[in-house]
Ligand binder design. Structure first.
Ligand SMILES: Nc1ncnc2c1ncn2[C@@H]1O[C@H](COP(=O)(O)OP(=O)(O)OP(=O)(O)O)[C@@H](O)[C@H]1O
Ligand SMILES: [Mg+2]
Length: 240
């Protein structure tokens, strides 16, 4: 029986901006098991990014609990949350969140610095991660803004995978990529998953979601169903 690595119990997230109240998550409960590769699909504004932010401990829920390896993260101090996040979770943001004044190399190697890995090793790991993310090592000395959106996305994926996190949370990782690059990224995720990495990804693209083991459907901040993927419609199984 696989271990529960993340459990969400009735997670509610309400955003308040002045008079405007948005119930972005209205009681989401779900369990992620070690070695899972699941996807989340739903219309724009349905709460996918909010859900991923909760799972990645980037923001606290309004109510409900989030257990990571059995520990209730909602009760931890920010400092301890940051430590768990750095060690266990690789995050691909929908808007990349690269630091524009740093080079591509400095962006990718960032998660390795708190671990005390020496520079030459970091460079080697960053280069490898970028290649696995369908990127090109010639980008390493550049600044993110010198790259296209799709190229920046590949850098963001490299940063998420470079530290070999136990869990990867990826928000639309193939959203800006051409089909060939999307295939490389999906293949990389599948390979990492085969080696034991747990992956949760948000995707609008059925050809990506169909490569995962389970598809959660979200609408209006609620999980409304779980679908089995149609593997014949996975991007890696479609001739193009
Ligand atoms: N920081 C915030 N402050 C206020 N409202 C927010 C905030 N972030 C998200 N929302 C609102 O919460 C709801 C869910 O947003 P979310 O970004 O999770 O949707 P999504 O499913 O990721 O959409 P998309 O597919 O467009 O990325 C939306 O109504 C959005 O406007
Ligand atoms: Mg989103």
């Amino acid at each position: 029986m696989a271990r529960e690595v993340m459990v969400l119990e009735n997670v509610v997230k309400i955003y308040r901006a002045g008079e405007i109240v948005t119930r972005a998550l209205q009681g989401v409960s779900l369990k992620i098991y070690e070695g899972d590769f699941v996807s989340i699909m739903g219309p724009s504004g349905s709460g996918k990014t909010t859900l991923l932010n909760m799972m990645g401990l980037l923001d606290r829920p309004t109510s409900g609990r989030i257990l990571i390896d059995g520990i209730d993260a909602t009760r931890l101090r920010d400092k301890d949350i940051a430590k768990i996040r750095n060690l266990k979770i690789g995050f691909v943001f929908q808007l990349f969140n690269l630091i524009n004044r740093l080079t591509v190399l400095e962006n990718i190697e960032m998660p390795l610095i708190p671990r005390g890995i020496p520079k030459p090793k970091r460079v080697e790991m960053a280069r490898e991660a970028l290649i696995k993310s369908a990127g090109d090592p010639s980008w390493l000395p550049k600044k993110p803004l010198q790259l296209s959106g799709g190229q920046q996305q590949r850098v963001a994926i490299a940063r998420a995978i470079v530290g070999n996190p136990k869990m990867i949370l990826a928000d639309e990782p193939t959203g800006n990529l051409d089909r060939a690059s999307a295939r490389i990224v999906v293949k990389t995720f599948l390979d990492l998953n085969k080696l034991g990495t747990t992956i949760v990804l948000v995707s609008h693209d059925p050809e990506v979601a169909n490569c995962t083991q389970k598809i959660y459907m979200i609408r209006d901040g609620m999980i409304i169903g779980v679908r089995e993927p149609d593997k014949s419609k996975c991007i890696l199984n479609i001739l193009q």
